[in-house]
Design a protein around this ligand. Sequence first.
Ligand code: G6P
Length: 491
Amino acid sequence: ASDDASVEDGGEVVVVSNRQPYRHEWRDGEIAVDRPTGGLTAGLDAVVRRIDGSWIAWGDGDADREVVDEDDCVAVPPDADDQYPLRRVWLTDDQVDGYYYGFSNRVLWPVCHGALTRVAEDSGAWDAYRGVNERFADAVAERTGPGDVVWLQDYHFGLVPRLLRSRLPDDVVVTQFWHIPWPGWDTFRACPHGEELLRGLLGNDLLVVHVDRYRQNFLDCVAAALPEATVDRDSGRVRHADGVTTVEAYPLGVDTERIAEHALSPAASERWDRLRSQYDLGDDVRLAVGVDRLDYTKGITERVDAVERLLERHPELRGEFTLLQVGSESRSRIPAYREVQTDVVEAVTRVNGRFRTDDWRPVVYTTDRLTDEELYTLFHNADLGVVSPIRDGMNLVAQEYVAAQAGGDGVLVLSRQAGVHDLVGDSAVSITPQDTDGFADGLYEALTMPEAERRERMAALVRRCRACDTEAWIDDVLGRVEHLRGDGVPE
Ligand code: G6P
């Protein structure tokens, strides 16, 4: 991110997230440091390193406790000049069950993704969520001083902002980014403890979502659920018992430059050869790539169904087209996530059983943990990037595909139900994942699109993704924080 991304009067930015940017693990009797893959923690890590910041997160690595000081902090990155303190919050197994696997991922996640049949609140989950939010609020209060900015990430901390009101000096700005969709009122009204959550979130001075649709949805929910609040839809300001919350939409992006550099680096072509032989991808096969956590919101079986329909309708593509699907295990203690894992394998086995030949498979499925560099190499070389969520707050894989193309002529096949479609939909081939026929038509359109059109669309996609890359997003959020502070948040 640029040097502009800082708070002006010397205050510190305290980032708070559930997942930590560095994790310490025992490996072969030694302590090793892992960096989770993925854009956001890497992007924020770069900012916190450059400015005078710190980070608070759940300590979930099995060697995390071995490396912290008496304040539960460790300096990260290891061996760097620009280290910052990472404060670990320790949770018991019961807390993790209730807060993370329970309320966060069996209530809030399905509610916000409109998957109401998946909502399952176990008794104790809400208490655990509240308790863990208190723990984080305490940890934040211990590390925060006058003039600081608290920057909360995501749905794990819906109650923290309000809890911070009584714990922090007045001139601390509290802001939160909500990484998942915010649903309409008709859906959100099914959320257990929904009003308490809304009140919790209105403890923020600034609440940020990806796109304007989610912003309007949030304002609708507040207007419908909280009689004490006054909502000004144009300015996005909500006046309530604790003061004023401004709600903004700033879409999160990826580090387009870094991804393009990796995709074009000298090592990439050797990497591509290795990946091609590892996954048996023939020299001339047209390649589509999908990369997802194994989550029921990602539309992975729908994607495999569409490939099946494509090959039924266009037999000439048999032997000529392959979908490489990379799936990463996620939240496996939750039955619905284990079902996804089984369903994907079943769908892939079915389609391959129907169409495979001795030297070709229509779908290559792997749960290998690929590095960022390997993923960018796949994206760079794939004719199609296929992103087909049933619902998704943004979807950074779509943006990574575009960035890794780095001037290429690949086609993005994109679900209308991903937040990123609001930004780039008219340059992608839009599909609805549940409409198998239409999805298959979209794949066919992408595979037969003339080169000039492919290049034109990709150039437009690159421009849009650059305009909202990680750097722009960080500048937007921290710029708005400074603006609010300058204005003096109205009482
Ligand atoms: C989504 C959420 C993130 C979360 C990620 C991975 O993108 O918005 O907060 O970190 O999924 O999920 P996990 O549950 O493994 O952290």
